[in-house]
Ligand binder design. Structure first.
Ligand code: GCB
Length: 598
């Protein structure tokens, strides 16, 4: 009973909106609502009782209304609020956004209000009527507004609250900036009455010569809809399949695709049509699997030359959101010699994955199941599942994504083990074509030169992620790494998903002095010596490409609220360690016979 009540409470707190999540929104008829929105900062959360959502105006001079969106300052959307106004840099709490827009209704058209992301909790009203709520700061959501939108003038109000919460995912503690706001774009999307909601078109697992997938339609004519057609004109391929009663068409057909790879990021134009709707996408085809301790891309072992990346904008200390930001970060990764990035610690914006697809960079995508969460609370698993679901639905057609990661550095205990087991099973049920992983830092020192990772989570994963900071945190010096050996409880491929140390760009000294570029470069030298001897190593994503804001990093004059473990500063300056890793990756690439493409 107690459990049932808890669950009900949890479900109502984190109710994901019931609206279908429209895939590939960029290909849809859309009206952008980006730009300047009016904003009211509401630290005492009084906006609901004061009915800000009505956007009311005094009707007479004696009317008392204690807010006025029109006279309130603007915030740019997309964008976090923290970097737009000095007084909001550390702000955590609700901020109300409002804007007017005019709309022309069209017959036989359904309209959705689509948000790329809002951190963390968003409550949304259209013309004073509540559309719903969404929890989770990094995944898209939409609301159908077909019967609610006015033909003419409209007002949309969104209360975005980035308060950290014990029942949230992530929870109270993170090592990144809690950027709040409408951090990604907002738009109206128009679709036909019966439309293609989502689809998966990928090479079948273990088969390089067959496409496997499904198309889901949504609408009034689902029961008697026609066939779905998958059309790949360049390959003269057209395949039709009947929709089932639930509006789903499942297919499998032969296709000898030219494979997507970092050396040849080939994308095909694919058109999916059904009923009166059609969607076009650019899709790459590749296989990804493991064999023993190897990761195989298109059937061949590949070493993942990676780096970890936060969704932090180069040059401006803000949440990244634009294709320009994405391209800058991925170009730096490519210059470093990478063929792989770990997009930590939450789903980055959709364009990031599309740019990676085009640039030929493989991607590890992650959900923010990070550090200690309240794993006893059933709401945590439901929330994590919802975020994973929405990330998979958004990105499942991107060849670049090879790994879904379900967690980072979570403490070992039975409730956590059970939650992550469920989450791994859920990930496989959503997408059986990719590898499942998670990063663990729960290794132990067997003796001063032998380290062992024995996290029971390993049983549920295809690939083991190891975070270790030898030479930075703990007693070891960077040089100690030369003697250290690793053993793993599971005979699976290992990616060292984090190692590194802090350095302030331009700070020089000897290699024993913390925060100098020399310290960091020396640490990388010794780490790379150690990792080269790691028997199961299939790749690495050192921490991290670029310095990023973090409220935990207070050391004045050096950190100034930035985590300085970047290989590149937040202004794009390359530290010495960048070149150490670059040399290592160039050698790796040459040994594999595939020099990295520029
Ligand atoms: C970690 C975390 C990462 C931190 C990093 C650090 O283990 O996974 O989010 O930023 O260490 O710099 O301490």
């Amino acid at each position: 009973m107690r459990f049932a009540l808890l669950f009900l409470f949890a479900a109502s707190c984190f109710a994901q909106n019931p609206s279908p999540l429209i895939a590939n929104p960029g290909s849809r008829m859309g009206i952008s609502l980006d730009g300047a929105w009016n904003s009211i900062v509401d630290p005492y959360d009084s906006g609901v009782s004061s009915r800000y959502f009505e956007n009311a105006k005094p009707k007479s001079k004696s009317d008392l209304i204690e807010y006025d969106f029109d006279r309130s300052p603007n915030l740019q959307v997309p964008g976090d609020w923290n970097s737009q106004r000095d007084s909001l840099l550390f702000y955590e709490g609700p901020v109300w956004y409002q804007r007017n827009f005019s709309y022309r209704k069209r017959p036989h058209t359904r309209t959705f209000l689509y948000f790329g992301a809002a951190n963390y909790l968003a409550r949304v009203w259209l013309n004073g009527v509540k559309l719903g709520e969404h929890a989770g700061g990094f995944t898209p959501f939409d609301f159908e507004v077909t019967g609610k939108i006015n033909d003419g003038e409209n007002s949309v109000v969104v209360a975005v609250d980035n308060s950290r919460r014990a029942d949230g995912v992530p929870g109270i503690h993170t090592d990144w900036w809690n950027y709040g706001g409408l951090t990604r774009g907002v738009k109206l999307i128009e679709v036909p009455e019966t439309f293609i909601e989502s689809y998966a078109v990928q090479l079948a697992k273990g088969r390089g010569d067959e496409i496997e997938g499904w198309v889901q339609i949504n609408g009034t004519r689902m029961g008697n809809a026609d066939a779905a057609t998958i059309d790949i004109p360049e390959a003269h391929l057209k395949h039709s399949v009947q929709f089932g009663a639930s509006g789903r068409a499942v297919f499998r057909f032969p296709f000898a695709a030219e494979r997507w790879s970092p050396e040849n990021p080939k994308l095909y134009r694919v058109t999916i049509s059904g009923e009166n709707d059609r969607v076009t996408d650019e899709i790459g085809f590749r296989t990804i699997e493991t064999r023993g301790t190897d990761i195989l891309l298109n059937g061949k072992p590949i070493f993942l030359r990676g780096v970890s990346v936060h969704e932090e904008a180069p040059y401006r200390g803000a949440r990244a959101f634009s294709e320009d930001d994405d391209r800058t970060l991925l170009t730096w990764a490519k210059d470093l010699g990478c063929n792989f990035v770990r997009l930590a610690h939450y789903p980055h914006n959709e364009d990031m994955i599309r740019v990676a697809d085009r640039m030929g960079i493989m991607v590890w995508e992650e959900v923010p199941v990070y550090w200690e969460l309240d794993f006893q609370n059933p709401a945590i698993l439901e929330n994590a599942k919802a975020q994973l679901h929405d990330a998979v639905m958004r990105d499942q057609d991107r060849a670049a994504i090879i790994i879904w990661s379900i967690a980072n550095e979570t403490p070992i205990h039975p409730a956590r083990n059970a939650v992550l087991k469920s989450l791994s099973e859920y990930a496989r049920s959503l997408d059986g074509t990719r590898l499942i992983s998670a990063a663990s830092d729960k290794w132990r020192e067997v003796d001063p030169t032998n380290m062992a990772l024995n996290d029971p989570l390993g049983e549920y994963l295809d690939v083991i992620g190891l975070n270790e900071y030898i030479g930075w945190y703990g007693q070891h010096k960077p040089e100690d790494a030369d003697q250290i050996r690793w053993q793993f409880a599971y005979s699976k491929p290992v990616i060292v998903t984090e190692f590194g140390g802090g350095a302030q760009y331009g700070l020089h000294g000897d290699s024993a002095t913390r925060f100098t570029e020399e310290y960091q470069a020396n640490l990388y030298e010794h780490q790379l010596t150690m990792l080269s001897r790691m028997p199961q190593l299939a790749g690495m994503t050192p921490w991290i490409l670029m310095d990023f804001r973090s409220p935990r990093r207070a050391l004045a004059g050096i950190q100034d609220y930035y985590n300085r473990k970047g290989l590149v500063s937040d202004r794009g300056q390359r530290k010495q360690a960048f070149y150490v890793l670059q040399r290592f990756y160039m050698e790796k690439a040459q040994a594999a016979g595939a020099p990295p493409r520029k």
